[in-house]
Design a protein around this ligand. Structure first.
Ligand SMILES: Cc1cc2nc3c(=O)[nH]c(=O)nc-3n(C[C@H](O)[C@H](O)[C@H](O)COP(=O)(O)O)c2cc1C
Length: 167
């Protein structure tokens, strides 16, 4: 198992996957990491839809500028806001961000790769129909998961002194 800081710093967005499926055991671990995320008042205002149907995946892809990526990922997990569970949109979204980050890091810790797709460019109502959402649910993002295709992935971050200040 990788060291925590290695997981945090070594994780990169993966947008190219091999066709190898993600095992049920790994997927369960990733979902479990999301389940244990913190949320305001512990409301856990998220819900997940695993998009297994090829037809629905294609319909969802058609609503995104990254349709090819959405179609190519072995796992496509739609993360929803459940407005009935939530209590404050800002805090609900913070909780959902924490939940997704837990899953993003868990995927990397397991040797998998993931890409966070923060929304769709097409109609959210259409996406809700494609995903069969309930009236209290809304699509927030898609987490695409799979085995990373070979290749170098790099990223950069601003130095701490650029955005940390003391008062
Ligand atoms: C809120 C959020 C939305 C994002 N949306 C997208 C997206 O729609 N498509 C995409 O390819 N990557 C998306 N990303 C991934 C970022 O582009 C990526 O995390 C950033 O460039 C840093 O690269 P790294 O993840 O490899 O460190 C998103 C990330 C976050 C946190």
């Amino acid at each position: 198992m990788k060291d925590f800081f290695e997981v945090v710093k070594g994780r990169r967005s993966v947008r190219e996957f091999t066709p190898e499926p993600v095992s049920a055991a790994d997927l369960e671990k990733i979902l479990e990491a999301g389940r244990w995320a913190p949320s305001g008042k512990n409301t856990q205002p998220w819900a997940f839809v695993l998009v297994k149907s090829k037809e629905r995946r294609e319909a969802l892809a058609a609503l995104s500028r990254q349709g090819d990526l959405i179609k190519s990922a072995p796992v496509c997990l739609a993360v929803l806001l459940d407005r009935e569970r939530g209590y404050d949109r800002d805090k609900d979204m913070q909780g959902i961000g924490a939940c997704v980050e837990n899953m993003f890091l868990a995927a990397h810790a397991l040797g998998l790769g993931a890409c966070w797709v923060g929304g769709i460019s097409g109609s959210k109502e259409e996406a809700a129909k494609v995903l069969g959402l309930k009236k209290n649910e809304e699509l927030v993002m898609l987490l695409l998961i799979g085995h990373p295709a070979p290749g170098e992935r790099s990223s950069t971050r601003r130095p701490l002194e650029e955005f940390l200040r003391e008062v």
